[in-house]
Design a protein around this ligand. Structure first.
Ligand code: A2P
Length: 269
Protein backbone atom coordinates (compact mmCIF):
# COMPACT_ATOMS: atom_id res chain seq x y z
CA UNK A 1 0.00 0.00 0.00
CA UNK A 2 2.78 2.42 0.88
CA UNK A 3 5.98 2.81 -1.07
CA UNK A 4 9.55 3.65 -0.26
CA UNK A 5 10.78 7.21 -0.69
CA UNK A 6 12.81 6.17 -3.76
CA UNK A 7 9.90 4.39 -5.46
CA UNK A 8 7.65 7.34 -4.81
CA UNK A 9 10.19 9.85 -6.10
CA UNK A 10 10.16 7.97 -9.41
CA UNK A 11 6.33 8.06 -9.60
CA UNK A 12 5.73 11.51 -8.12
CA UNK A 13 4.06 14.17 -10.24
CA UNK A 14 6.36 16.92 -11.45
CA UNK A 15 6.76 19.82 -9.08
CA UNK A 16 5.98 17.71 -6.01
CA UNK A 17 8.40 17.07 -3.19
CA UNK A 18 8.88 13.60 -1.74
CA UNK A 19 9.75 13.37 1.95
CA UNK A 20 10.90 10.22 3.74
CA UNK A 21 9.25 9.00 6.93
CA UNK A 22 11.72 8.95 9.84
CA UNK A 23 9.45 8.14 12.79
CA UNK A 24 5.88 6.99 13.47
CA UNK A 25 4.12 6.92 16.87
CA UNK A 26 0.57 5.67 17.31
CA UNK A 27 -1.17 7.23 20.32
CA UNK A 28 -4.67 5.79 20.09
CA UNK A 29 -6.72 4.01 17.46
CA UNK A 30 -7.69 7.50 16.23
CA UNK A 31 -4.42 9.46 16.45
CA UNK A 32 -0.81 9.15 15.34
CA UNK A 33 2.25 11.30 14.84
CA UNK A 34 4.88 10.98 12.14
CA UNK A 35 8.06 12.77 11.22
CA UNK A 36 9.75 13.14 7.86
CA UNK A 37 12.87 14.46 6.29
CA UNK A 38 12.80 18.14 5.34
CA UNK A 39 13.96 19.09 1.85
CA UNK A 40 16.51 21.88 2.13
CA UNK A 41 14.48 24.02 -0.29
CA UNK A 42 11.33 23.79 1.84
CA UNK A 43 10.69 26.90 3.95
CA UNK A 44 7.64 27.66 6.09
CA UNK A 45 6.52 29.85 8.96
CA UNK A 46 5.68 28.15 12.26
CA UNK A 47 1.92 27.43 12.36
CA UNK A 48 1.44 26.98 8.61
CA UNK A 49 -0.02 23.97 6.82
CA UNK A 50 1.01 22.15 3.66
CA UNK A 51 -0.67 19.65 1.34
CA UNK A 52 0.66 16.14 1.85
CA UNK A 53 -0.45 12.95 0.21
CA UNK A 54 0.09 9.54 -1.30
CA UNK A 55 -0.28 8.02 -4.75
CA UNK A 56 -3.60 6.19 -4.69
CA UNK A 57 -4.57 4.10 -7.72
CA UNK A 58 -1.91 5.91 -9.72
CA UNK A 59 -3.13 9.37 -8.75
CA UNK A 60 -1.90 11.74 -6.07
CA UNK A 61 -4.37 12.37 -3.23
CA UNK A 62 -3.60 15.30 -0.95
CA UNK A 63 -4.98 16.74 2.28
CA UNK A 64 -4.02 19.84 4.22
CA UNK A 65 -1.84 19.12 7.24
CA UNK A 66 -0.54 21.58 9.78
CA UNK A 67 3.19 21.31 10.22
CA UNK A 68 3.67 20.53 13.91
CA UNK A 69 7.41 21.14 13.99
CA UNK A 70 8.83 24.67 14.28
CA UNK A 71 10.31 26.58 11.34
CA UNK A 72 13.88 26.00 12.58
CA UNK A 73 13.69 22.20 12.90
CA UNK A 74 15.56 19.83 10.61
CA UNK A 75 12.66 17.40 10.34
CA UNK A 76 8.96 17.91 9.68
CA UNK A 77 6.38 16.62 12.14
CA UNK A 78 2.67 15.93 11.59
CA UNK A 79 -0.12 14.87 13.96
CA UNK A 80 -2.90 13.00 12.22
CA UNK A 81 -6.29 11.49 12.76
CA UNK A 82 -7.00 7.98 11.42
CA UNK A 83 -10.35 7.63 9.75
CA UNK A 84 -11.08 3.96 8.95
CA UNK A 85 -12.69 4.77 5.59
CA UNK A 86 -10.92 8.10 5.05
CA UNK A 87 -9.53 8.23 1.48
CA UNK A 88 -6.08 9.38 2.65
CA UNK A 89 -5.81 8.57 6.36
CA UNK A 90 -6.94 4.95 6.00
CA UNK A 91 -3.71 4.49 4.02
CA UNK A 92 -1.49 7.08 5.66
CA UNK A 93 -1.92 5.36 9.02
CA UNK A 94 0.05 2.37 7.65
CA UNK A 95 3.20 4.33 6.80
CA UNK A 96 6.48 3.08 8.16
CA UNK A 97 9.97 4.48 8.54
CA UNK A 98 11.58 4.68 5.09
CA UNK A 99 8.29 5.18 3.23
CA UNK A 100 7.79 8.22 1.03
CA UNK A 101 5.09 10.89 1.29
CA UNK A 102 4.18 13.48 -1.34
CA UNK A 103 4.37 17.12 -0.31
CA UNK A 104 3.43 20.22 -2.27
CA UNK A 105 5.95 23.01 -2.30
CA UNK A 106 3.90 25.92 -0.95
CA UNK A 107 2.95 26.10 2.72
CA UNK A 108 0.28 28.58 3.79
CA UNK A 109 -2.06 29.42 6.68
CA UNK A 110 -3.41 32.02 9.06
CA UNK A 111 -2.21 30.65 12.40
CA UNK A 112 1.03 32.59 12.19
CA UNK A 113 2.43 35.24 14.48
CA UNK A 114 2.35 37.79 11.63
CA UNK A 115 -1.47 37.61 11.49
CA UNK A 116 -1.81 38.94 15.05
CA UNK A 117 -1.19 42.43 16.31
CA UNK A 118 1.12 42.46 19.35
CA UNK A 119 -0.41 41.80 22.76
CA UNK A 120 0.49 40.64 26.25
CA UNK A 121 -1.01 37.17 26.21
CA UNK A 122 -1.60 34.64 23.44
CA UNK A 123 -4.28 31.98 23.85
CA UNK A 124 -4.03 28.94 21.59
CA UNK A 125 -7.38 27.13 21.71
CA UNK A 126 -7.28 23.61 20.26
CA UNK A 127 -9.32 20.42 20.13
CA UNK A 128 -8.17 17.02 18.86
CA UNK A 129 -5.56 17.26 16.09
CA UNK A 130 -6.06 21.03 16.15
CA UNK A 131 -3.11 21.16 18.53
CA UNK A 132 -0.70 20.54 15.61
CA UNK A 133 -0.03 24.15 14.51
CA UNK A 134 0.45 25.09 18.15
CA UNK A 135 2.97 22.30 18.63
CA UNK A 136 4.93 24.26 16.02
CA UNK A 137 4.37 27.72 17.48
CA UNK A 138 5.21 26.80 21.09
CA UNK A 139 8.62 25.68 19.84
CA UNK A 140 9.35 28.94 18.02
CA UNK A 141 11.25 31.65 19.97
CA UNK A 142 9.40 34.32 17.95
CA UNK A 143 6.15 33.42 19.75
CA UNK A 144 7.73 34.20 23.12
CA UNK A 145 9.36 37.37 21.87
CA UNK A 146 6.00 38.65 20.68
CA UNK A 147 3.89 37.53 23.70
CA UNK A 148 4.84 37.60 27.38
CA UNK A 149 2.49 34.78 28.20
CA UNK A 150 1.34 31.85 26.04
CA UNK A 151 -1.62 29.69 27.10
CA UNK A 152 -2.16 26.51 25.10
CA UNK A 153 -5.50 24.82 25.70
CA UNK A 154 -6.19 21.33 24.40
CA UNK A 155 -9.53 19.58 24.76
CA UNK A 156 -10.14 16.00 23.68
CA UNK A 157 -12.82 13.40 24.10
CA UNK A 158 -10.53 11.00 25.96
CA UNK A 159 -7.52 11.27 28.25
CA UNK A 160 -5.26 9.20 25.94
CA UNK A 161 -5.78 11.80 23.20
CA UNK A 162 -4.00 14.40 25.30
CA UNK A 163 -0.71 12.50 25.29
CA UNK A 164 0.81 13.91 22.13
CA UNK A 165 0.35 17.42 23.52
CA UNK A 166 1.69 16.46 26.93
CA UNK A 167 4.80 14.88 25.41
CA UNK A 168 5.37 17.83 23.11
CA UNK A 169 5.05 20.38 25.90
CA UNK A 170 7.35 18.34 28.17
CA UNK A 171 9.96 18.12 25.40
CA UNK A 172 9.59 21.85 24.76
CA UNK A 173 10.24 22.64 28.42
CA UNK A 174 13.46 20.59 28.18
CA UNK A 175 14.53 21.88 24.78
CA UNK A 176 17.97 23.51 24.89
CA UNK A 177 16.89 26.27 22.50
CA UNK A 178 13.58 27.35 24.03
CA UNK A 179 13.02 25.50 27.31
CA UNK A 180 14.86 27.55 29.88
CA UNK A 181 14.73 30.97 28.28
CA UNK A 182 11.17 30.93 26.98
CA UNK A 183 8.79 28.02 27.50
CA UNK A 184 9.42 27.41 31.21
CA UNK A 185 8.84 31.06 31.97
CA UNK A 186 6.06 31.89 29.53
CA UNK A 187 4.13 28.77 28.46
CA UNK A 188 1.14 27.22 30.22
CA UNK A 189 -0.72 24.13 29.06
CA UNK A 190 -4.35 23.62 30.04
CA UNK A 191 -5.94 20.27 29.19
CA UNK A 192 -9.56 19.21 29.45
CA UNK A 193 -11.52 16.10 28.56
CA UNK A 194 -15.19 15.81 27.60
CA UNK A 195 -16.06 12.10 27.63
CA UNK A 196 -14.05 10.59 30.49
CA UNK A 197 -13.13 11.34 34.06
CA UNK A 198 -10.30 13.85 34.32
CA UNK A 199 -9.41 16.65 36.76
CA UNK A 200 -10.48 19.25 34.17
CA UNK A 201 -13.70 18.49 32.34
CA UNK A 202 -15.64 20.15 29.55
CA UNK A 203 -15.56 21.86 26.18
CA UNK A 204 -13.31 24.90 25.90
CA UNK A 205 -16.31 27.01 24.90
CA UNK A 206 -18.09 26.11 28.15
CA UNK A 207 -14.91 26.72 30.17
CA UNK A 208 -14.57 30.19 28.62
CA UNK A 209 -18.25 31.04 29.06
CA UNK A 210 -18.36 29.92 32.70
CA UNK A 211 -15.06 31.66 33.44
CA UNK A 212 -13.63 28.42 34.84
CA UNK A 213 -10.69 28.49 32.41
CA UNK A 214 -9.62 31.88 33.75
CA UNK A 215 -10.18 31.08 37.42
CA UNK A 216 -8.29 27.78 37.04
CA UNK A 217 -5.36 29.69 35.51
CA UNK A 218 -5.62 32.71 37.78
CA UNK A 219 -6.05 35.00 34.79
CA UNK A 220 -8.47 37.86 34.11
CA UNK A 221 -11.33 37.46 31.59
CA UNK A 222 -10.56 37.97 27.89
CA UNK A 223 -9.66 41.57 27.12
CA UNK A 224 -8.96 42.94 23.62
CA UNK A 225 -6.42 45.35 25.09
CA UNK A 226 -4.12 42.51 26.22
CA UNK A 227 -5.28 39.18 24.79
CA UNK A 228 -4.81 37.56 21.40
CA UNK A 229 -6.09 34.16 20.29
CA UNK A 230 -5.53 31.45 17.72
CA UNK A 231 -8.18 28.76 17.28
CA UNK A 232 -7.85 25.33 15.65
CA UNK A 233 -10.36 22.48 15.73
CA UNK A 234 -13.47 21.16 14.00
CA UNK A 235 -15.79 23.47 12.05
CA UNK A 236 -18.24 23.55 14.95
CA UNK A 237 -15.53 24.27 17.50
CA UNK A 238 -14.18 27.11 15.32
CA UNK A 239 -17.60 28.64 14.87
CA UNK A 240 -18.46 28.56 18.58
CA UNK A 241 -15.05 29.65 19.87
CA UNK A 242 -14.83 32.43 17.30
CA UNK A 243 -18.18 33.78 18.49
CA UNK A 244 -16.84 33.95 22.05
CA UNK A 245 -13.85 35.98 20.83
CA UNK A 246 -16.17 38.39 19.01
CA UNK A 247 -18.34 38.64 22.13
CA UNK A 248 -15.22 39.55 24.11
CA UNK A 249 -14.48 42.36 21.63
CA UNK A 250 -11.60 40.76 19.69
CA UNK A 251 -11.40 41.32 15.93
CA UNK A 252 -10.44 38.61 13.44
CA UNK A 253 -7.17 39.02 11.57
CA UNK A 254 -5.52 37.64 8.46
CA UNK A 255 -2.05 37.60 6.93
CA UNK A 256 -2.63 40.84 5.03
CA UNK A 257 -4.54 42.47 7.88
CA UNK A 258 -3.38 41.41 11.35
CA UNK A 259 -6.05 41.33 14.06
CA UNK A 260 -6.69 40.11 17.57
CA UNK A 261 -7.60 36.51 16.77
CA UNK A 262 -7.24 34.04 13.89
CA UNK A 263 -8.87 30.67 13.12
CA UNK A 264 -8.08 27.59 11.07
CA UNK A 265 -9.80 24.28 10.60
CA UNK A 266 -7.95 21.19 11.77
CA UNK A 267 -7.42 18.42 9.24
CA UNK A 268 -10.42 16.06 9.43
CA UNK A 269 -10.19 12.96 7.28
P1 A2P B 1 -17.55 16.62 22.88
O1 A2P B 1 -16.98 15.36 23.41
O2 A2P B 1 -18.50 17.27 23.84
O3 A2P B 1 -18.11 16.50 21.49
P2 A2P B 1 -13.62 15.87 17.90
O4 A2P B 1 -12.66 14.74 18.13
O5 A2P B 1 -15.03 15.45 17.60
O6 A2P B 1 -13.12 16.94 17.00
O7 A2P B 1 -13.76 16.56 19.34
C1 A2P B 1 -12.63 17.04 20.01
C2 A2P B 1 -13.10 17.81 21.21
O8 A2P B 1 -13.78 18.99 20.77
C3 A2P B 1 -14.08 17.04 22.07
O9 A2P B 1 -13.70 17.20 23.41
C4 A2P B 1 -15.41 17.69 21.75
O10 A2P B 1 -16.32 17.68 22.82
C5 A2P B 1 -14.99 19.11 21.48
N1 A2P B 1 -15.99 19.85 20.69
C6 A2P B 1 -16.81 19.36 19.75
N2 A2P B 1 -17.60 20.32 19.25
C7 A2P B 1 -17.28 21.46 19.90
C8 A2P B 1 -17.75 22.80 19.83
N3 A2P B 1 -18.74 23.16 19.00
N4 A2P B 1 -17.18 23.71 20.64
C9 A2P B 1 -16.20 23.36 21.49
N5 A2P B 1 -15.72 22.10 21.61
C10 A2P B 1 -16.24 21.16 20.82
Amino acid sequence: LTSSADELAAAAPEGTLVVGVTEVTHYTDRLFRFRTTRPSSFRFRSGEFVMIGLMIDGKPLYRAYSIASPAWAEELEFFSIKVPDGPLTSRLQNIRVGDGILMRKKPTGTLVNDALIPGKRLYMFSTGTGIAPFASLIRDPETYEKFEEVVLTHTCREVAELRYGEETVAATMDDPLIGEDYARKQLRHYMSVTREEYPFRGRITDLITSGKLFSDLGLPPLDPATDRAMICGSMEMLRDTKQLMIDAGLREGANNEPGEFVVERAFVG
